[in-house]
Design a protein around this ligand. Structure first.
Ligand SMILES: [Fe+2]
Ligand SMILES: [Fe+2]
Length: 197
């Protein structure tokens, strides 16, 4: 697209982003009046979540392979599939906002995934104690996601982006359900079984 044409689009507040002639990324919504510090903060939170969910797609597979009990393996497999859905929902949010889909490094999720790997390294393969650790590691991730989706959904409402808020709340609900079901698994048998080891 010619630079002039692109500038016209920016002026009109179009949502497309294009590569400028000198290689600088131009955000077409830069001049859009929806740009406020709160909107920018919201967008940055979405980029953080996109990074986190993408990392979790792989991490959950690793956790599934490392888990001892079939029940926890199944739980991680289910959440792996849901996480893929969370990635597509976030992509839909970027699309609805007319923003370019982008990830931003999220040190918190990198740290939490690192912690899960440490648990795998420090526990015996085939032990139920490993599952106790993996459940807690997974719940720390869920709590991070719950705080992020919950906060961003509230901001979306404040910004008058109800449809976006609905999408974020759908994922929020699934994260909460996952957290609860992990608690159930731990309390019903994983923890008592680990105590016998
Ligand atoms: Fe998620
Ligand atoms: Fe999750």
């Amino acid at each position: 697209m010619a630079k002039k044409e692109l500038q016209e689009k920016i002026k009109k507040g179009s949502d497309d982003s294009e590569q400028d002639a000198d290689g600088t990324k131009l955000s077409a919504s830069k001049n859009n009046d929806k740009r406020t510090p709160l909107y920018d903060f919201f967008l940055s939170g979405l980029k953080d979540l996109l990074y986190a969910e993408n990392k979790l797609v792989d991490a959950l597979q690793e956790m599934e392979r490392a888990a001892t009990t079939e029940e926890l393996k199944d739980a991680f497999e289910d959440h792996h599939l849901l996480t893929k859905k969370h990635v597509s929902r976030l992509k839909k949010v970027f699309e609805k906002l007319g923003e370019q889909e982008e990830s931003k490094e999220c040190k918190a999720i990198d740290g939490l995934i690192e912690e899960a790997k440490e648990i795998i390294k420090s526990t015996e393969e085939g032990s139920v104690t490993r599952d106790v650790g993996l459940i807690i590691a997974a719940q720390k991730v869920e709590h991070y996601e719950i705080a992020s989706y919950g906060g961003l959904a509230q901001i979306a409402i404040t910004l008058g982006l109800e449809k976006v808020a609905d999408i974020l709340e759908k994922t929020l609900q699934e994260e909460e359900e996952t957290d609860e079901s992990l608690t159930d698994i731990a309390e019903s048998h994983i923890n008592p079984e680990a105590e016998k080891e």
